[in-house]
Structures are given as structure tokens and as C-alpha cells.
Design a protein. Structure first.
Length: 150
């Protein structure tokens, strides 16, 4: 299979995973993509390459994905705490870009890895024993965090 066909397959598989995902699975996917983009930004900074694309995608995922998904009426204090955390992350990402300091992203990445792991755990608990097979076919746990199955 050539690279073009492989990329087309990956895109289709990713779109299918998103369209069939539960709300919790979507949050896990957003965290995964966010962490990936933060790591790419960090690597680009370390190598002296342009990182604006990765930083921009990271900020979009936080603002349009995570912040937009918060329900302050139902979420109460947890929702407010997450909003504060996301605001902090945005500030840290912007500061790291301005200072071109990749180390500043390390703490942000760790926070989001922990949040991602918590959401995966919530998903597995809600799925129950019979839903673990379905959950494991959608979300795989690895050392790098949860990733959608493709």
C-alpha cells in the first residue's frame, strides 16, 4: 500500500472513530490530539523549527473543543476548575511560544496526560464489565496515553 492510500485510510478511520464515538470518547480524542500537537510544538521549538501550526492547533483544541464542551450549569465547581485549568494552559502555551521555551510545555503536557487518563478511567467505569470490550476497541491505553483505534 503506498503512502497516499495509507493516509487516505487513516483519515477515513479517524473520521469513522469520531462519528461513532460517545461524548466521553470524543473528549479522550481531543485530549490525545492536544497532547500530540503540544509534543510536536515542543519538538519544533527544541529543533529551532517553526511551531505556530502546532501551537495554533493546540489552542483551538482547548478553546473550541474542551472549553466549549464545558457545561457550567451541570458541571458546577468541576466545570469552573477545568475552565481555570484550560485558561492556565492557554497562557502557558502562549508564553512558551513567545519565549520559544519548549520546557514550559512539559508541565502543560503532563496535566493533559493526567486528565486524559482520568477520562479514560471514567469511560471504562461507565462501560462496565460488558462494555470493556467495546471501550477497548475504541480507546487503547498505551504508555503514550489513550489513542483511538484505527
Amino acid at each position: 500500500m503506498n503512502a497516499r492510500n495509507l493516509n487516505a485510510y487513516r483519515n477515513l478511520a479517524a473520521q469513522t472513530a469520531v462519528s461513532e464515538a460517545s461524548p466521553i470518547e470524543l473528549i479522550v480524542i481531543v485530549y490525545k490530539r492536544l497532547i500530540d500537537n503540544l509534543r510536536l510544538a515542543q519538538k519544533a521549538m527544541e529543533e529551532g523549527r517553526e511551531n505556530a501550526e502546532y501551537v495554533s492547533k493546540s489552542l483551538d483544541l482547548i478553546q473550541k473543543g474542551l472549553l466549549a464542551a464545558l457545561d457550567h450549569d451541570k458541571g458546577g465547581e468541576i466545570s469552573q476548575n477545568l475552565a481555570s485549568l484550560y485558561d492556565w494552559a492557554i497562557r502557558e502555551i502562549l508564553k512558551s511560544r513567545l519565549k520559544n521555551n519548549s520546557e514550559m510545555l512539559t508541565g502543560v503536557i503532563e496535566v493533559f496526560r493526567n486528565l486524559e487518563a482520568a477520562w479514560v478511567e471514567i469511560h471504562l467505569m461507565r462501560s462496565g464489565a460488558e462494555g470493556v470490550e467495546k471501550a477497548s476497541s475504541t480507546v487503547h491505553i498505551s504508555a503514550a496515553g489513550a489513542i483511538p483505534a484505527v
